[in-house]
Design a binder for this molecule. Structure first.
Ligand code: URP
Ligand code: ZN
Ligand code: ZN
Ligand code: ZN
Length: 484
């Protein structure tokens, strides 16, 4: 591959802002500095050169609620690149009873079409000796994160004893557990009651998952992880109650990470009151959208560092698929899209409003994920030797989000009509220009699997701590004769 120089831009990373050209060759960054030359020049005048986005939470072609999410690795990663995201981390989802190794193989087959690099989390959807034995095999295959669902009772949900056993196994093998934290038992009861009372529309989805079910489960997951001696990562943190549990734990020295979604940051629960059934159903996801108080809490968390990354949980269903739930909200496939819009929406509502600095933007859209998931600085960095996954960001480029022009395969967009300012001029995946001033030049199959080793720094520190503070029998000298 010919060398390229990104010229005349301002480099923005998680910790620095400075004028420099960036040269790439053979898929990696080879030089950073003034007046560089190369075979090809990309003009970055007036732009910020940033690490490409990493979305730590997506579901491509996911089997869920009787159907499959409609974006596959091809359309999903094309949408990602169009919005400046150069890597996604998707979930291998064994059906209950299925081997983790078999699920991994299935996701390998789906992901051959990816346009950008990707990695996997493995879900623990059931528990047995087989799962216990397969977990270290999975880490040897470059997957160091295991997801647990505390919701979706009767489907993906695991019980507390199973979660504790799995967390302890994660501690042993140096892996990081991820948790979907909602109290699945209470949700199931609320769903039943709402349906019995004739509340069968999409708005009832939100009523069945109040912030308390999330706050309770988040705290439970954190406490169980602490007892197991393992860090924990809470996915799609959407409420003050959940954030509060995370914040409090962090203040007490517990290693917990929180991941708000761009949807929860910018869309609220008034969407479910829309008179149009389709409009409301298209926004059904778990946890549901919340009111302003919760949104402010999530922004505050990003600003103060108690929440670390912004994801999408991209899980896109068409209107036709959403209509499986007409007459029964519990059958509406849960999930929303967002991959193409995450970076422009966060820039518009975060950086352009002064809530986030540009460096904080890079941290929460890319670098923090790379560090927490243990793939830094291969990803998430602008350093010599790092992968040339880059976005040349034009802060003056604007558009109104429209499903008509989006890359995602679905027929609507939850951000429809939102005006964004700040868009990619170029997106590069390992040095190849995939988005060129709005023109899509993606290459199906270009994306490669990124291996992530176990025993990241936080795991190491925690296992050392647990080892030093483990229960120890006190060897005594004067033992009295046993009592009467
Ligand atoms: O509603 C959601 N979030 N759908 C995707 C699956 C999950 O729970 O992450
Ligand atoms: Zn979830
Ligand atoms: Zn998810
Ligand atoms: Zn290629």
């Amino acid at each position: 591959m010919a060398s390229k120089v990104i010229k005349g831009g301002t480099v923005v990373t998680a910790d620095l802002t400075y004028q420099a050209d960036v040269k790439t060759e053979g898929g990696v960054i080879t030089e950073i500095g003034p007046n560089l030359s190369g075979d090809e020049v990309l003009d970055a005048t007036g732009c910020y050169v940033m690490p490409g986005g990493i979305d730590p939470h997506t579901h491509m072609e996911m089997p869920f609620m009787g159907t499959y999410s409609s974006d596959d690795f091809e359309s999903g990663t094309r949408a990602a690149l169009a919005g400046g995201t150069t890597m996604v981390v998707d979930f291998c989802l064994p059906s209950p009873g299925q081997s983790l190794l078999e699920a991994r193989q299935m996701w390998d087959n789906k992901s051959t079409r990816a346009n950008c690099d990707y990695s996997f989390h493995m879900a623990v959807t059931w528990w047995s000796e087989q799962v216990f034995n397969e977990m270290p095999e999975i880490t040897k295959q470059g997957i160091n994160t295991f997801k647990h669902f505390m919701a979706y009772k009767g489907a993906l949900m695991v019980e507390d004893d199973e979660m504790y056993a799995s967390f302890k196994r994660c501690a042993e093998i140096g892996a990081l557990p991820l948790v979907h934290a909602e109290n699945g038992d209470v949700v199931a009861q609320l769903q039943e009651q709402l349906l019995a009372d004739g509340n069968n529309g999409p708005e009832a989805h939100a009523y069945s998952r109040p912030p308390e079910v999330e706050g309770e489960a988040t705290n439970r997951a954190i406490m169980i992880a602490d007892m197991a001696g393992v860090p924990v990562y809470i996915v799609h943190t959407s409420s003050e109650q959940a954030h509060e549990a995370i914040r409090r734990a962090r203040q007490n020295g517990i290693r917990v990470f929180g991941e708000p979604l761009i949807q929860h940051l910018t869309l609220d629960d008034s969407e479910y009151a829309n008179k149009d059934w389709d409009h409301a159903a298209r926004r059904v996801m778990s946890p549901p959208f919340r009111n302003k108080k919760h949104q402010d809490s999530l922004w505050n968390g990003l600003q103060s560092g108690s929440l670390q990354v912004v994801a999408t949980d991209h899980c896109a269903f068409t209107t036709e698929q959403k209509r499986y739930g007409v007459g029964d909200f519990t059958k509406i496939p849960n999930g929303t899209g967002g991959l193409e819009d995450r970076m422009p929406m966060l820039w518009t509502y975060g950086v352009n409003t002064g809530r986030l600095t540009m460096n904080e933007f890079v941290a929460v859209t890319s670098t923090n994920s790379a560090k927490i998931l243990n793939m830094y600085p291969k990803k998430g960095a602008i350093l010599v030797g790092a992968d040339a996954d880059l976005v040349v960001w034009d802060p003056n480029k604007e558009k109104t989000i429209e499903s008509k022009t989006q890359q995602s395969a679905i027929d609507y967009n939850v951000f429809e009509g939102k005006h964004v300012k700040g868009l990619p001029r170029f997106t590069l995946s390992r040095g190849k220009v995939m988005i060129d001033d709005g023109a899509v030049k993606t290459e199906e199959g270009h994306g490669k699997f990124v291996e992530r080793d176990s025993f990241g720094a936080t795991n190491k520190a925690l296992s050392k701590w647990k080892e030093l503070t483990a229960p120890r029998k006190v060897e005594r000298t004067g033992i009295p004769a046993s009592g009467v």
